[in-house]
Design a protein. Sequence first.
Length: 350
Amino acid sequence: MKEAQIPRGGSVLLRLPNWAGDVVMATACVEAIKKERPDIRIAVAVRRHLVPLLNDYPGINEVITIEGKGLRANFYLLAKMRGVKYDASIVFAKGFRDGLIARLSGIPARIGYSVNSRKPFFTHPVDMTEELWNSHHALQFLELIKPLGISSTDPRPFLPVTEAGLRRAKGIVSGLGIEERGFLVFHIGASKFPRAYHAERFAEAAADVGGRSGMKIVLVGTGEDRPYVDSFRKVFPGCVDASGKIPLGDLPSFLSLARLFVGNDSGPMHVASAVGTPVVAVFGPGSPEKTAPLLPENRLRIVYSGLKCSPCRQSFFRDCDPSANGKPPCLELVSSGVLTGRILELLDKS
């Protein structure tokens, strides 16, 4: 494949993924472009609810907000892409429409995965081989910048913690009545209920760890996580409930002040990883090999039953039967005691 020729001082538009965790993992590509081609102007297109993650990102020159998921949002994005003379576009999102919009944009160099019948849309299609499919998502993303002549092997994500962000985060910490490094953050929600570990077992582990360590336990999340939070608080009412109180843009700075993060395989897990906060992550239907935080061993513990059927297609519940609690076997088998042990072990290491 010929290299996509980006002139000195040229520009590239990154159509980022649609999930917070994937956006965080894609930052490794931004960092690689900045390092190897600092002359390139970087623009990103991302869904509105994820924009705050990138507002303070150094080296991103333009953020295009994608409003919604319908045709109107797609036409708006297409108009923006055609209105600026970008030299290249890189499409991280895997949808057919995302590839079609890139083709209609008129951008001369177009890079994206050749999945979902999209290969004709790209001048530089990237084949999703079996080996690539089974690799970590961050490594998958790095394949997309190779046509630019950039061959980075560093998949670590990065989110900035600015002085202004730290001031805001310290204000949040003070308002919650906790101290820097004196609290553990729990995020217990997930995109789908069967993907989330038992809120009650999270609470049992939190109460145990809090009692042994003297650490405050802080819950974070959005309004959509309220059912999980309510279940958690019934078991452990002594936690600090900050769910719905921390804007996404302030979450990286806030998590940087925590001693440790505990949660499901989710976006906040990747945010914590990107700012270097130690992580204890519970995996069930997903795969740690593909989406685990990229942290050193002394800052990471994975809780994973690793059944023969894992990872699965997550078509709940066609391939397995739910437990009485509505969870798949891979999560049902994980006891709160195992989680407690991993948290205490990492607390000792960190």
